[in-house]
Write a protein that binds this ligand. Structure first.
Ligand SMILES: [Zn+2]
Ligand SMILES: [Zn+2]
Length: 242
């Protein structure tokens, strides 16, 4: 609690250029503007950006031969030195005060992508759900970066945020595994929280994560949300397309 209060009070400098900031920001406007946004053309399935024109015949090499349960995946930013630094600070250095500024960039991606508005056209608003960490990992990191981002987006967008998933099994670190190995590593790793079950049925979900890489985590969470939670469509929104 004290650490969190200090986190809120401490950020007087821009995380990227060290310029002094006011108004509780963590990034100065000029650094924020320079972060590389994901822009058209990008794969409508996995969110990866491509050069040139993409027409109906386009097949994304990342998505070729793999099936995803999710409706679509969209990320706000491309990977570069600055964006990887920010994610690292948020994820491993417990710099959660970055979350509201980073959530604004995710909000920007939602705003310009009509598919999010389509999800919201449902009679009930979409529910924000974050990718959970195993409790042991969450304890050692003293929080979960995806929760922080989801809570911040819920505030900006006035959308419901639900702690719907739990990680029932600690998994091996995914970074060095390919998609197939990741999927088998994740099988059975997630469960629906009992309390959340009645609220999920028939609802559209926006699953929030910090980084989207192969889509294995997003796929597995979607599978559980749909099969156990009886959720309707699940879209993925991440900060970074890694
Ligand atoms: Zn700056
Ligand atoms: Zn793709």
């Amino acid at each position: 609690m004290i650490a969190r209060i200090l986190d809120l009070l401490y950020p007087a400098l821009c995380e990227l250029c060290q310029k002094t900031l006011k108004n509780g920001q963590a990034l100065c406007p000029s650094c924020s503007l320079k972060l590389p946004r994901i822009q058209e053309p990008f794969c409508k399935n996995c969110g990866e950006m491509f050069e040139g024109n993409i027409n109906d015949d386009f097949h994304c090499p990342n998505c070729l031969g793999s099936t995803h349960d999710f409706h679509f995946a969209r990320a706000a930013l491309k990977g570069n030195g600055s964006t990887f630094h920010l994610v690292h600070q948020l994820k491993y250095r417990r710099r959660f005060f970055l979350a509201p500024d980073l959530a604004l960039l995710m909000d920007e991606a939602m705003e310009e992508d009509p598919r999010f508005a389509e999800l919201a056209a449902h009679s009930d608003p979409p529910i924000l759900v974050s990718v959970p960490l195993h409790w042991k990992r969450q304890q050692s990191r003293q929080g979960n970066q995806a929760d922080e981002l989801a809570r911040a987006i819920a505030k900006i967008r006035d959308l419901p945020y639900l702690k719907a998933l739990k990680r029932s099994r600690a998994t091996q670190t995914q970074t060095k595994l390919n998609r197939k190995r990741r999927l088998s590593n994740l099988r059975g790793a997630f469960q629906i929280r009992h309390k959340a079950l009645p609220q999920l049925r028939g609802r559209n979900i926006i699953l929030i994560d910090d980084v989207f890489t192969t889509g294995a985590t997003a796929h597995e969470c979607t599978r559980i949300l749909k099969h156990e939670g009886k959720a309707s469509k699940v879209a993925i929104l991440s900060l970074l397309r890694g």
